[in-house]
Ligand binder design. Structure first.
Ligand SMILES: O=P(O)(O)OC[C@H]1O[C@](O)(CO)[C@@H](O)[C@@H]1O
Length: 616
């Protein structure tokens, strides 16, 4: 028998009661990840879909025009730049689509589809059931202009919540609401517990807009990773006593968020603190989280509305409360979003920046997601914009079926960090390697607050370099037929950030109409959640089976096959192996003998038998 020891014998609680040689289960064991082969399947799916879509004129035009290549004549390109440049005067926002090669013919062909998309968007804003699967309205646009809400009660709810958020934030910042163990002090930290749409917006906005010395600093627990949670709690140290914990979950039942809450509550208990005096919930009324917070008497509860999806919730209490507590002007964020909403209601394609973006996406991705969207903000504070957009775009557009039930496997992949940092990482491939992307540059004109700039060499500032890097990369990519869009804002302010969020929310909604999918559900995510629940249920059965065998005298070590048989799950033997591997690596009183490279040679039992459990 090969010697395996280590993992299983390392913890005192794992001490085998039997005199055996225990060997490390996973010695020389390395996890092999499957190589990425989905590019092939994506190609075939794209092939199928474009074959299907090519029956319509727009895609035929798209294919024909693409064969002609991109405009390279500088004068013609300048004309194209000027002709297509979109400007929102009040917001100081520009959108340049000249480096996407769509033709006038293609635009004309797309026009009827855009008119249909504008109509669908109008219906949605008027309160149509825009998410048919879930029978819900989709009302994130009402959050920044409550008067648009289709029922007066909704308007009242929106305004009441906004006032409550502002008042609560003022009271916390001023010290009127204070942590119980610091009666003279005030809250200094926020610990935000939430995942997906209940984290990404607040994370993006904190990074983009929080002042250097915010009234409350923010940290996030956005996973069920014990190491990550421990790290956040450890970093808070004694300031846990002055930490406001905001638990955010629309459904109020997301396992990762629940686990984060339980872990934080344990840390509070261990520190002798009363969690309820420092906890705040943002969730739907009567959810599990809402009921827990009400029964335990948490400091405050704020509603999430049924008609706001997680990934479009930044302008609800989800995004606004953490932002306000950091001293960010949330009413300005709402103004920026509302101004952008007005602009993106235009039915004239050239005057509607969201429609222009959707047009570019359609062109660049052949209407089937054949290219990835690389988001490159040239501004450190916008680093998390790509991560935020990743959920907004991919959870909205990544769908198996269209609204007519045809299998389409739609979506656009999104990634990116920031320039010019990424220039020293993967831009090499973008310039010369596989041509499977288009870029969105986000340009911020103002480098520093007025009066702070200086020339680090004659006539040139640090910000000029950043500008030069952006322009240089854009030109170099274009010269090699790599298309790009550029969004320009004057500064990163609450107003411009609100506008960017609104711009992309609308672009995603319009694009979804163009490709005929429901942007407002996420059925694929449910499959993973269900499967995770099944794994944990199987783990409990494995433990029960091992416990029974380990309570025998003498103890009965079991092969993986025997464990699987006794769990009545022979088809799950690989998962049982993975469960045992994970438990063995985590001091779970599990003893294994055999050769880790030959799973069939393994024999497993528990180091301690639990009679109570056996007879329960
Ligand atoms: O806010 P909740 O209900 O905890 O959900 C978190 C996230 O989980 C998802 O439902 C996907 O799993 C997202 O759409 C959502 O933003």
């Amino acid at each position: 028998m090969a010697s395996l020891s280590g993992l299983c014998s390392s913890s005192p609680s794992l001490k085998p009661k039997h005199d055996r040689v225990v060997i490390p289960l996973f010695h020389k064991y390395s996890l092999a990840f499957p190589t990425r082969s989905n590019s092939c399947s994506k190609l075939s799916v794209a092939g199928e879909v474009s074959a299907d879509l090519s029956k319509t004129n727009s895609v035929g035009v798209l294919k024909k025009a693409k064969q002609g290549g991109l405009e390279k004549d500088p004068k013609a390109l300048w004309r194209r730049y000027v002709d297509w440049l979109y400007q929102h005067k009040e917001l100081g926002l520009y959108l340049d689509v000249s480096r996407i090669g769509f033709s006038d013919e293609f635009v004309a062909e797309m026009e009827p589809r855009f008119q249909a998309a504008f109509k669908a968007m109008e219906d949605l804003e008027k309160g149509a059931i825009a998410n048919p699967d879930e029978g819900r309205m989709v009302g994130h646009y009402w959050l920044r202009n409550a008067k648009l809400a289709p029922k007066p009660i909704l308007q009242v709810q929106i305004e009441k919540t906004l006032d409550a958020v502002c008042k609560f934030a003022d009271d916390v910042i001023s010290g009127k609401i204070k942590p119980p163990s610091y009666p003279e002090g005030r809250f200094t930290q926020i610990l935000s517990v939430g995942i997906g749409g209940s984290a990404l917006g607040p994370q993006f906005v904190a990074e983009a807009l929080a002042p250097d010395n915010p009234p409350l600093k923010i940290r996030f627990i956005d996973n069920t990773d014990p190491g990550g949670i421990d790290h956040q709690v450890a970093q808070l140290g004694p300031e846990l006593a002055s930490t406001l914990v905001i638990v955010i979950s629309k459904s109020g039942g997301t396992p990762e968020t629940r686990n984060g809450l339980l872990e934080v509550q344990k840390a509070f208990r261990e520190a002798g603190l009363d969690f309820s005096k420092q906890g705040v919930a943002i969730t739907q009324e009567n959810s599990l989280l809402d009921n827990t917070a009400r029964i335990e008497g948490w400091v405050a509860r704020f509603p999430m509305f049924d008609w706001v999806g997680g990934r479009t919730s930044e302008m609800s209490a989800v995004g606004l409360l953490p932002a306000a507590l950091q001293g960010i002007d949330i009413r300005e964020m709402l103004v920026g979003a509302s101004m952008m909403d007005n602009a993106t209601r235009s039915r004239v394609l050239k005057d509607n920046p969201a429609a222009l973006l959707a047009l570019c996406w359609y062109w660049a991705c052949d209407g089937v997601g054949s290219k990835d969207m690389v988001i490159l903000p040239y501004k450190d504070s916008l680093l998390l914009f790509s991560r935020y957009l990743q959920q907004l775009v991919m959870e909205s557009l990544g769908k198996e079926f269209d609204l007519d039930g045809n299998r389409v496997n739609q979506g656009i992949s999104v990634y990116g960090n920031k320039g010019s940092t990424d220039q020293h990482a993967y831009i090499q491939q973008l310039r010369e390697g596989v041509h499977n992307f288009f870029v969105t540059f986000i340009e911020v004109l103002r480098d520093r607050p007025p009066g702070h700039d200086w020339e680090l060499e004659p006539g040139v500032t640090c910000g000029d370099y950043l500008f030069g890097m952006l322009q240089g990369t854009r030109s170099a990519l274009y010269a090699n037929d790599r298309e790009s869009v550029t969004v320009t804002v004057q500064e990163v302010t609450p107003r411009s950030v609100g506008a960017l969020v609104a711009l992309y929310e609308r672009a995603v909604g319009l694009y979804a109409s163009l490709v005929n999918i429901n942007a407002y559900h996420q059925p694929g995510v449910e499959a993973g959640k269900k499967a995770a629940g099944e794994v944990l249920a199987l783990q409990k059965r494995v433990l029960a089976v091992l416990n029974e065998a380990s309570c025998k005298e003498p103890v009965e070590p079991l092969t993986l096959e025997e464990v699987a048989e006794r769990c009545h799950a022979p088809e799950d033997i690989e998962m049982i192996y993975k469960i045992i591997e994970h438990m063995a690596a985590n001091d779970r009183a599990l003893i294994a003998e055999g050769d880790c490279g030959s799973p069939n040679s393994l024999k497993v039992f528990l180091g301690e038998c639990n009679l109570d459990e056996l007879y329960a």
